[in-house]
Structures are given as C-alpha cells and as structure tokens.
Design a protein around this ligand. Structure first.
Ligand SMILES: Cc1ncc(COP(=O)(O)O)c(C=O)c1O
Length: 210
C-alpha cells in the first residue's frame, strides 16, 4: 500500500491559518489600522421558518411507520429537481430534468467532480478565491496556475491568453472579493475555454446577491 503523497503538499497551502497569523502580526504591529477580513467567514443569521418547518416535517415523516419512505432517489427528489428547473426557467434558462442533480453540497461536489479528469490537466484558478478549488487539486497532484484579481482588472481577471489551461474555475460573484462578471466578460472566458478544449467549473454560490 502506498499513500497519496500529494496530501503532504496541503500543509503549505493551509490558507486560513496563514491568514490568521498574518492578521495577528499586522494588528500587533499596527493597532491603529482597520483590517478588512477576507478570510474564512461564518453565517450570521438563523435559518428562516420555511426551512426549519420543512426540516422538522421531513424528520417527522421519516420517523413514522406510516410515512417513512426509505432512501430517496439517487439523483434527488423529483419535486426538488422540478423546483430548481422552475427557478432557472424564471431566468430564461431551459433545463432538462436530467441536467439537475441534488448532491450534499457544492464543497463535496468540487472534490468529487475531479474524479472525471486526468491528473495531467492544468488547472487555472483566480486569486484570491474560495480555497477549496485549490486544495482539491493539490490533493490530486495537479498543476495549478493562478490569474490575479487586481484593482486594475476590477478584481475580475480576464482569460490569460499566454496560458493554456484545461480546467478553469470561475466564482462569480467571487468569494471573497464579491466582484461579479458581466455577460460579455463571461463570454470571453467561454471563448477561451472553447479555443483550449477546456472545461469551466462555474461556482455561482452567491448569485442571489447580484
Ligand atoms: C464560493 C463557494 N462555493 C461553495 C461553497 C460551499 O457550498 P456548500 O455549502 O454547498 O458545500 C462555499 C461556502 O463557503 C463558497 O463560498
């Protein structure tokens, strides 16, 4: 048995502990400065009644012999998949039922989807960005390139013409900067991906805030 040695590469990239150390050092040296924190966050508001009521009702359903219904369908419940299709239809996007998959969350998906891709693919990640894109690829031993989000490019890096990437991560609105690409800017990324035969993994976790 041999272990995956790429896990050892994670030590150097544990971003949040690095940020915490830098913040502590900066505050100690410059107590008068206000620091805008773009590191790990936490939710601040409680779940709304629609969510807690549905969760309580679902637990009661599964806890009663009369209403218990075992495992759910592997691709997710139809009512939920249809609800998501309806949500996208409101925005003018027509999806087939088979295009919607209910998972246990984007974070696990970001790791799991990489099983589809060869290890030799080159990954392109905006910087800064949600660090899960980086860590999942570090663990797989892939080469990662960065495109810098700077004040000059409005924190929305355009496709780097000098680099050929295979797997591209876009996060819009971005975590942590909040910057959101417009249609034209996204079109430039799609053109770049097509020209390179690349795939875009598009994370729109915060689209409700646009
Ligand atoms: C950009 C982004 N994508 C995905 C996630 C995780 O999503 P989920 O809760 O569905 O795993 C987060 C959570 O912080 C995030 O900031």
């Amino acid at each position: 048995m041999r272990i995956n040695t790429h896990y050892q590469d994670l030590e150097d990239s544990y971003l949040f502990s690095t940020i915490a150390k830098k913040v502590a050092q900066q505050s100690a040296e410059h107590p008068e400065q206000k620091i805008i924190r773009l590191g790990i966050g936490d939710v601040t508001l409680p779940l709304c009644p629609a969510v807690t009521d549905a969760l309580h009702a679902a637990v009661d359903e599964m806890g009663n012999k009369e209403t218990f219904h075992g495992y759910g369908p592997e691709q997710g419940y139809d009512f939920l998949r249809e609800g998501i299709r309806g949500y996208y239809a409101q925005k003018g996007v027509a999806l087939e039922a088979g295009e919607v998959f209910i998972s246990d969350g984007a974070k696990s998906d970001l790791g799991n989807i990489l099983d589809l891709f060869d290890r030799d693919n080159i990954v392109l990640v905006p910087d800064p960005v949600y660090p899960v894109y980086v860590d999942t690829n570090v663990m797989a031993g892939r080469k990662i390139l960065y495109c810098d989000a700077t004040e000059q490019n409005g924190f929305l890096p355009p496709p780097p013409q000098e680099v050929e990437a295979d797997i591209i991560y876009l996060c819009s609105p971005n975590n942590p900067t909040g910057a959101a690409y417009n249609r034209e800017q996204l079109g430039a990324w799609v053109a770049y991906a097509k020209a390179n035969g690349a795939v875009i993994l598009y994370d729109a976790a915060y689209e409700a805030f646009i």
